[in-house]
Structure formats: C-alpha cells, structure tokens
Design a protein around this ligand. Structure first.
Ligand code: C2E
Ligand code: CA
Ligand code: CA
Ligand code: CA
Length: 277
C-alpha cells in the first residue's frame, strides 16, 4: 500500500508539473500575443426589437492565434485575470472599442453605444474613472455612450471600494450594466445600492423561455423589477423568434443574440450596420 501511495503521489506530482508547465507556456504566449497585437475585438449588435434598429454593440475579445486560429475568451481571460495582465489588455480593449465607436459615429451612426466588459482587477486599480475619461476625450465621445459591464462577482470582491468607484463613474455619466444578472450570489438589494443604468438578463433564463415555466417566471420577475427600478433591460442570448416575441410582450425590447447576429469582426459589423440602417 505504501509503494502504491508513493506511485500515486509521483503520478499526481507529475500531473501538477505538466499542468504548471502548460500554464507557464500559455502565459508567455499571452504576453507575446499582447506585444504582437494578436488580440482582436468582435462586436455583437444590440437591437431594439420594437423598431428593429440597432442601438449599440458589445465588444468581445478574441485571440487570433497564429496556429490555433480564433481562440474564445473563456480559454484565456481567466489566465489574464490571474496574472494581472487583464489590466493592460483591458486598456487595449477600451481604446480599441472606443476608436471603433468614434469611427461609426463619424460615419453617421452617432446614436450607437458601446458596451465593454470589465474584470474586477481593472476595477481594483485606482484611477479607472480618470483612465476612462482620458480615453473618451481622446476620441471625442461623451461618457453616456460607454456602458461598463460588470458581474455580480466583481461587486462582491470589495463592496466598499466598488461602491465608491461606481458612484464616481455614475456621476461622470457612464452607463453601468449588471451583466449575467441572476446567475451569481449577490443580493437583490445591490440593485438599488449600486448606480446601475442597465440590467442584462442572462442567457441561462432566456434560453428556456417560454417553454420552461420556472425560467419564464424568473424572467418575468426580472423584467418587472427592472422596470420598477427604471433600469434599461437587455436580454442576452436571444436565438429564436419565439423568445423575441415573448420578451417583447413583457416590455423588454432591447436584445442581443444570434437571432440578430453573432459577434462580428469590425469590418463585418460595419457591413451589418450598412445593411440594417
Ligand atoms: P458575456 O459578457 O456574458 O458575453 C456574452 C457571450 O454570449 C459571448 O460569448 C457571446 O458570443 C455569447 N452569445 C451572444 N449571443 C448568443 C446567443 O444567442 N447564443 C449563444 N449560445 N451565445 C451567445 P464570448 O464572446 O465567448 O464571451 C464569453 C465571455 O468572455 C463574456 O461573457 C465575458 O464574460 C468574457 N469577455 C469577453 N470579452 C471580454 C473582455 O474584453 N474583457 C473581459 N474582462 N471579459 C471579456
Ligand atoms: Ca458582457
Ligand atoms: Ca452576459
Ligand atoms: Ca455569460
């Protein structure tokens, strides 16, 4: 038994070693990716389904890997967060997304907003509001056109400092969206405690409506609550006409999902805009 335990341990240690090595490799690759400009943003339209008009986009990062092709954010964002590289990459995301938005505004689509995902590491850093204002000034944009998406997890990292920063951002006029609403562990009181302008209904609920009675009831309740709190509501992951009709019937007309479009490259998003307005 002793011998076997030893073998098991060795095997385990080897596993960890291999894992750590793979991680280190990926970390180095990500650092190179940043220097070589291998990150790209795709943009997914947000549409007002009542009028059929696009109202904005959400910027979503991808890694254009020289051999592996387009790598989805779920495969590398966690590592960027752990290493702290997300702060630098996050700055790049903000700059790139705002430059794209300014370009669309110049071409006449000047009502569009841009939603950008922020991780808690970016939030913890002091000076986020100043960084954001500088970036907006550089592109001649108003704070109201930028919507900062944060998750319940980010809020719970450090409630006191997050509250402070969010209030500062809110006073400056930035839009603040609570992303993936209903999937985390935050309390409902957060909704009135933090200065949100938008509530994003998670795809986990939208996916099962109107067939699943429980998720339908939850979606109904979220919409009613959002309306009561005078929040902008955006339904995520709308894929079917049935979902669209149901949400629209509830009074939630802003939507994002494959029914309208998948996330698109900058060029494809511009072509999509030209087609739809
Ligand atoms: P998220 O913020 O919840 O973004 C929505 C995700 O749902 C995106 O996945 C989008 O492609 C996908 N999606 C949109 N509509 C549909 C639909 O109709 N059906 C289905 N099945 N999926 C849909 P993506 O692009 O893989 O992004 C995954 C997550 O990575 C994001 O979730 C966000 O948490 C994170 N992420 C993406 N870009 C950034 C970034 O620049 N910074 C940070 N910190 N996180 C990011
Ligand atoms: Ca998001
Ligand atoms: Ca989301
Ligand atoms: Ca999500």
């Amino acid at each position: 038994a002793k011998e076997r335990g030893g073998n098991t341990y060795e095997f385990y240690a080897e596993e960890i070693g291999a894992h750590a090595e793979k991680r280190l490799l990926l970390e180095n690759e990500l650092r190179r990716a940043l220097n070589r400009d291998e990150f790209v943003l795709h943009y997914q339209p947000q549409v007002d389904s009542a009028t059929g008009r696009p109202c904005g986009f959400e910027a979503l990062i991808r890694w254009q890997h020289p051999e592996r092709g387009l790598v989805p954010p779920g495969d590398f964002i966690p590592i960027l967060e752990e290493t702290g590289m997300i702060v630098e990459v996050g700055d790049w995301v903000l700059q790139t997304a705002l430059r794209q938005l300014a370009d669309w505004h110049r071409r006449g689509w000047d009502g569009l907003t841009m939603a950008v995902n922020l991780s808690s590491r970016q939030f913890e850093r002091s000076g986020l509001p100043e960084t954001l204002e500088r970036a907006l000034n550089e592109h001649g944009l108003d704070p109201g056109v930028l919507e900062l998406e944060i998750t319940e997890g980010t809020l719970m990292q450090d409630v006191a400092s997050t509250t402070f920063t969010l209030q500062q951002l809110s006073r400056s006029g930035f839009g603040i969206a609570l992303d993936d609403f209903g999937t985390g562990y935050s309390s409902l009181s957060y909704l009135s405690k933090f200065p949100f302008t938008t509530l994003k209904i998670d795809r986990a609920f939208v996916r099962d409506i109107p067939g699943d009675p429980d998720h339908t009831a939850i979606t109904r309740a979220i919409v009613a609550m959002g309306q009561g709190l005078r929040l902008r509501l955006v339904a995520e992951g709308v894929e079917t006409e049935e979902q669209r009709a149901f949400l629209n019937g509830l009074g939630c007309s802003l939507m994002q999902g494959y029914l309208y479009s998948r996330p698109l490259s900058a060029a494809a998003a511009t072509a999509w805009l030209a087609d739809s307005v």
